[in-house]
Design a binder for this molecule. Sequence first.
Ligand code: BGC
Length: 757
Amino acid sequence: MKTNAGVSVWRLVRAARTRELDSTDTMQAESSPYVDAVRAVRVGELTADEAANQLITMMTDSEILGLLDGDSPRLVLPFIPILLDRVPFVAGAVSRLGIPGIRFSDGGRGVVIGASTAFPVTIARAATWDPSLEERVGVAIGLETRARGANYSASVCVNLLRHPAWGRAQECYGEDPVLTARMGSALTQGVRVNTMACVKHFALNSMENERFEVDVAVDEHSLHEVYLPHFKAVVDAGADSVMSSYNRVRGEYMDVNRALLTDVLRHEWGFSGFVTSDWVFGTHDAVVSLEAGMDVEMPLRLLRARALPAALHHGDLARSTMLQSARRILRTCVQHAATREPAVPTRAVIASPAHRALAHEVATESIVLLKNEAVGAAPLLPLAPATRHLAVIGRLAAQANLGDHGSSRVRPPSTVSPLQGLREALPGVRITTTNGRDERRAASLAAAAETAIVVVGLDQHDEGESVVTGGVDVGVLGREFRSGPLRRLLIGLAHLASRFVRGGDRSSLNLRPSDERLIHVVVTANPRTVVVLVSGSAILTETWRDRVPALLFAWYGGMEGGRALASVLTGSEEPGGRLPFVLPTDTAHLPFFDSTAKSVVYDNQWGQRRLDGQGHRPAYPFGFGLGYTNIEHRLIDHTLDDSGGNANVHVANNGNRKGSTVVQVYAADVSLRRPVAQLLGFRKVTLEPGAETTVRVDLDAGPTLQRDSTTRRWSARSGEWALQASQHSPDSWENAVSLRCTEGLIDQEGISDGKPV
Ligand code: BGC
């Protein structure tokens, strides 16, 4: 039921406290037309479409219009940050009919409401290269979301990492469309067991500071072959909802971008769920956005509540347009409620021992070991069992550093820092520590210890979602926000918030100068130095990498991150991660990035592909990561046509300890002077020492195809394509085999005349 505009904010806050805005399940316990509709769909008496139509016939126009935006009044606007981590935001509840509405919760690294399990951030999970693990994370996030009274989780972010300076890089799965597609689909499938899954931010949203304004120009090939395939994959995996992004694409804000929201998303891909706007500033026109295919204005009664009743009355909004969106929303909600896991979770699932154990497992699997040289007889890691004295040094050593403080922030009941993790794991070892501000002290502690561990990197001040973005036109909020006290209050609060939460795009890809100095100081004092990097994307290592024997990427590792790091450093677990992006030697090897740009061109020259095409060697290639054992890969055979295929790869653990590897299969047009590697598939495998096996890797043909913008048909890209199994993006194609001998052509059903070899 719509809360009328006069309702006090106090009532909402109180509602949050008492959980008056309760879950779908509470509502379903009673009998109501909605509950009956869900039951009828569950037992097969009605289709979800029929059930939605039936409900619509019982609704007044005002109730139907109420489905199309958030339920809380605009006065709640300044209180969004306070409410977001306390209560689901509701859109389209109609209590008269028992319709619970969309009950929203973020986010990507766990549930933002209350004290929930904080998983490693999304990019860390990308580094696991393990979709089945990601699906388990999805199940856990969906379960905790539902236990908090929400039925909709905006946790699936599949924007591509076009440049590592993007402030929200930590919320995505890195630079590769196939990796992003598989991981995002796995999360979606997991989340959907309990709640509806929302995939965001559609589309081409990978700059932060100007996210509300920036206009992305993109050619047809790059749009469909680089920036959209993973969105389609997640839609195919069953995403219930899509969130439109704030930015513009080809001159149109995404909420009014009919070309993408309707022509591509619905007509070309067949998406049948509903689209919501990104919050507050993401709806630009009440009627035009609805006509373009954006169904729900989130999260408050802002533009639509004001404009739609009159537009409907005067015929400026077609009744069929309103009904079409209402049908999409109700059909999706009913369908999901009828098919989700029937058991309703209690709050005991939140941050339960099982979920903490999962957070630990994921963090371990995400840690990427980039360098591990011998100092003396053996590689520095894992730490020698005889170690008696460690120095743990650095600004981030004793910190709970879980990621940015934007909308995906999770506040877990407890967190383990790297220092605490090491202390727990090594109770008999003397551990000395300093934050490194006093470099002389850092040097003397390092010199006195057998091994020094330096924990440095980024935090919420260096990168993250930007709370305040320059030049936001608060005019979109309505007349009273263009001037007057509300506007002043809003701007005042935004500026106040910006003092605490900086975030935004990164101004540099290097460590802070003080962190770089600290590394030099410590390694000079003790050559047995391990550097642990904490961040949400690439950090350039050129000015110090050669000096340190061991280097790991530990990301924002979640509430169990410190324990996971300790288990990797001590060797009780393997560093299971592989880079989900290339680590270049120079920013100049990446696309130009201007965080103040109001317009930008996206093309197909980004990440590892750009380095390949321009002939730059990376510091560490995409997909790279070491383990503690020695594993070899050999491609045996493969089949591939334009609809996909698979490869058999022989994998042998030639080392003397158990270990994992990620079998990666790449293709490239080797007729080019500089072949550009395209990841087609991957599979993580763990082997006992001396064991060998053959793994089957599913291949996605997408990166070898091109889309004809007139016919919308996909066909093989020309060239001499070759395929290779590898442990990271290849720097040589000498061992590659031919991928296909003729140019194939597929129709929309995926029938190919291309001949796999
Ligand atoms: C973010 C979304 C998020 C929403 C609600 C927006 O600012 O861009 O990712 O889901 O806030 O928290």
